[in-house]
Design a binder for this molecule. Sequence first.
Ligand code: CP
Ligand code: NVA
Length: 305
Amino acid sequence: MPDHFLHITDLTADEIRAVFDLAATTKARFRARDDWRPLQGMTLAMIFAKPSARTRVSFETGFHRLGGHALYLGPGDIGIGQREAVQDIARVLSRYNDMIMARLFDHSHLLALAEHATVPVVNGLTDYNHPCQIMADMFTIGEQLARRSEVHIAYIGDGNNIVNSWLRLAARLPLRLALACPEGYRPDAETLALARAAGLSEISVTADPKEAVQGADIVYTDVWASMGQKDEAEARRRAFAGFTVTPELMAATGRESLFMHCLPAERGFEVTDEVMEAPYSIVFDQAENRMHVQNAIMLTLLGKG
Ligand code: CP
Ligand code: NVA
């Protein structure tokens, strides 16, 4: 296991599978309300430069339920890279805490945090990627479909941080990843090349959502304007016309597919209310599994797995 969890490709395929196995155990124990406190006496510093519901609550609740204590440090508290240099924050927090989780804008700040921290650092989302989310999503797919390879995932929307993590997962586990993104909003070319170079997964990129969803087990989408891009929302709504996941697009898969979204959703834009509320929507299972998969990642990094 690496010292930090910054990208899915920090893990080998075997390590990814081991995290999923441990997550199944932590989930069962959480649901049974087992009195299991492997993190007793430990603290987690959580740095948030951006808003959050799921990430904050799942990390804080998860760390607490495993016996530890998590501290929330919001945008007004630390001012990473502004009030104080990243390398200084890394060393200060490492003197008090057993682990650092960070949600930042600039991915290079996360890399610097990990370089200078003397405790494990976990990525809670950057502009570049969101590895905890996609690990939880793949765990959820395994629960639903009882397989984690050769799953056909159609991603419809912005070639953003979520896509970069899907691509990095595709460099470790064999997937069929069909990405439909408007021109100008395609995924990061280097990450796409990295995923293709691994030679494990079948990866396609198109501007036609109907083409991407054909035969898909999973239809996945995310907001058109991510955190930090909300002032582009109007322009993006025009660029993403025709990319809404509707019941018609779900039917175009030609099979009984599941709908996934990392949330928060902007209902009526990238997805309709009807799809969000449909029996095939597993968005809240994904949200629930964030905590169990993150618990497994943290236990493993802390040598308690
Ligand atoms: N999916 C996710 O990371 O949600 P939050 O932004 O609410 O943490
Ligand atoms: N792409 C979204 C994901 C939110 C969990 C964002 O970065 O805002």
